[in-house]
Design a protein around this ligand. Structure first.
Ligand code: FES
Length: 566
């Protein structure tokens, strides 16, 4: 028998008199109109992230009602509480900078408030990893509910979805192929419903990863945001949270070495976002599990890309849902997975796959193993003297003709430098050159924005050049494509070799050998290290100071050092 107080009687505010604390809390809770019978129920907290600055969570009020319905019907009391919400395009300098802040908020509010289990409502890119990180650290029974993807829009008979098509049309506009009038029409048709980006971008990748980890209900990652099934999933999630009360199924147990490997397999098989490597590394890191980039390469060599969605293929998330979703994919790679991993329902992954899903699968969207989109995984880690601790290339979204390439570096020393010179007609640049962006990594003041998708210089774009090798310590949107080497670690702001490159240096990329090298003599590099650089004044207060002091590299998931388990 467990005598630990539950529901609103748990985790009392400390006034030095427990009975007084309980009495005061009951009294204040009753001021919200709850009956005593309701207040005697166990409590399911709902980490609620609706925000006027988060278009992707626009439908959360309706989803919240469905979650509450599920909790109430299953016999507990649902109480929502707000946490930070991160709307991807509304944050400066970048949402990644605030992911850890949201994880702290989630962890501390889950721990400090009286709840026996929690539903984490997230969706937009950084919200899912932030909530998972916080939940793993808090160690309370938790289940995720994701926003679900947007539906596509239409432009002149063509389907459009944020945000691969945003970039495609913007590239056409930059190249002078469409005019200002058309780009403004497109602008109104890219994101037309509630929900997360419509392609296999970071949000959708993280939703699939959450399902692979076992942290959301089976079959719910890909349900479109506006589909009635999304509300049914919300209701079922509320009920599932009640079943978690007093169970041992805490996130720090569900996220383990094997489930993280399953998640990596899924990431590779969906041709998912490069950002997900950082996020999964951070989530796993909270459970004390390292994610090695060398290990990623081993998995990548034996995991085919099977999902034909943009930016790697043609479809959208609504097609993936209709095609069979994550369940159909998991069945296709069943032999590569650890089937004994326990999921949030209490079933193992293997048990789930025994009875889950329909037999029909749309093979234009989810390929059979014998006929994959790509025989190897979507992501590959590169090492070499330019990235001693690794870098990432999304080979499934890149131009294979550039995989073995040597070229002359054209260096931009910062985002401001890039913005001011990339379209300069006087810029000396050739399609075979390699564009390099410095000082855009996690330790820079720009805090690793999604700027790795360097624009093709206008003078080349207008001549039809669509892809070039681009290298940076920045990230790239999961919806972008191109031969883009990202997350170069250590980053330039922390003294990495990327910061030593000069325009005119030769760089060699070899995807076959998993290498990225700067072809400059070691002595010369040592000499460049000794040349003093402009030092940036570190922030003196607030979250910016905490970030600057604690941020870890991309190879450690850009978590804060003090948030890792001791
Ligand atoms: Fe929210 Fe893309 S902007 S998922």
């Amino acid at each position: 028998m467990n005598d630990k107080p539950t529901g609103i009687a748990s985790g009392l505010t400390n006034y030095g008199d427990r009975d007084f604390s309980a009495y005061l809390r009951r009294s204040f809770a009753q001021s919200m109109g709850y009956s005593r019978a309701m207040l005697a129920r166990p409590v399911v907290g709902i980490a609620y992230t609706a925000s006027g600055f988060n278009n992707c969570h626009r439908h959360f009020p309706e989803m919240l009602e469905a979650v509450k319905r599920g909790v109430l019907t299953a016999g507990a009391l649902p109480i929502e509480f707000p946490t930070i919400s991160l709307g991807e395009v509304f944050l400066n300098p970048t949402s990644l900078k605030f992911r850890n802040l949201m994880s702290i908020d989630t962890e501390e509010m889950v721990r400090a408030q009286p709840m026996d289990a929690v539903v984490l409502m997230g969706g937009c890119d950084k919200t899912v990893p932030a909530q998972l990180m916080g939940a793993v650290s808090a160690g309370k029974p938790s289940i995720m509910l994701v926003a679900g993807p947007m539906m596509t829009g239409r432009h002149r008979g063509e389907r459009l979805g944020a945000c691969t098509d945003c970039r495609r049309f913007w590239a056409q506009y930059r190249a002078g192929k469409i005019d200002g009038n058309e780009i403004s029409q497109v602008e109104g048709k890219l994101a037309t419903t509630a929900g997360t980006c419509a392609v296999m971008g970071t949000a959708s990748t993280m939703a699939c990863i959450a399902e692979a980890l076992g942290m959301i209900l089976p079959g719910t990652a890909a349900i479109p945001a506006v589909h009635a099934d999304r509300l049914r999933a919300a209701e079922a999630t509320g009920a599932a949270a009640v079943r978690l009360i007093n169970s041992q199924l805490t996130p720090d147990r569900i996220v383990n070495e094997k489930s993280v490997e399953n998640a990596l397999r899924v990431l590779l098989a969906i041709g998912g976002s490069t950002n997900a490597i950082i996020h999964l590394t951070a989530v796993a890191g909270r459970a004390g599990i390292p994610v090695s980039l060398k290990g990623l390469n081993e998995l990548s060599d034996t995991t085919p890309v099977l999902v034909n969605l943009k930016p790697v293929g043609n479809g959208y998330m609504e097609d993936f849902f209709a095609a069979g979703g994550v369940g159909a994919l998991l069945r296709e790679i069943k032999d590569l997975l650890h089937l004994d991993c326990v999921t949030i329902t209490g079933e193992t992954l293997g048990e789930r796959l025994e009875h889950d899903g329909c037999e029909w699968v749309d093979r234009t969207i989810i390929s059979e193993r014998k006929n994959p989109l790509e025989p190897e995984g979507g992501l590959v880690a590169l090492f070499g003297n330019l990235a001693p601790q690794g870098a990432i290339l999304k080979r499934s979204a890149a131009d294979a003709s550039l995989f073995e390439h040597e070229g002359r570096a054209v260096v931009f020393s910062s985002l401001d430098d890039l913005a001011s010179r990339v379209d300069d007609q006087g810029l000396e640049v050739d399609p075979k050159d390699i564009l390099v962006l410095q000082n855009a990594g996690p330790h820079s003041t720009s805090a690793m924005p999604e700027a790795g998708y360097l624009p093709i210089p206008k003078k080349l774009a207008t001549k039809g050049v669509k892809d070039m090798v681009r290298i940076s310590d920045a990230r790239m949107s999961g919806t972008a494509f191109g031969t883009i080497v990202l997350h170069v670690t250590p980053d330039s702001a922390s003294g990495g070799p990327l910061g030593l490159i000069k325009t005119g240096d030769r760089i060699k990329l070899s995807v076959k050998q998993r290498r990225i090298d700067l072809l400059v003599d070691e002595n010369e590099l040592e000499r460049r290290k000794t040349i003093s650089k402009k030092t940036v004044q570190p922030p003196t207060r607030g979250y910016a100071r905490l970030y600057a002091e604690e941020i870890l590299g991309a190879d450690q998931g850009c978590d804060f050092a003090f948030l890792k388990p001791r």
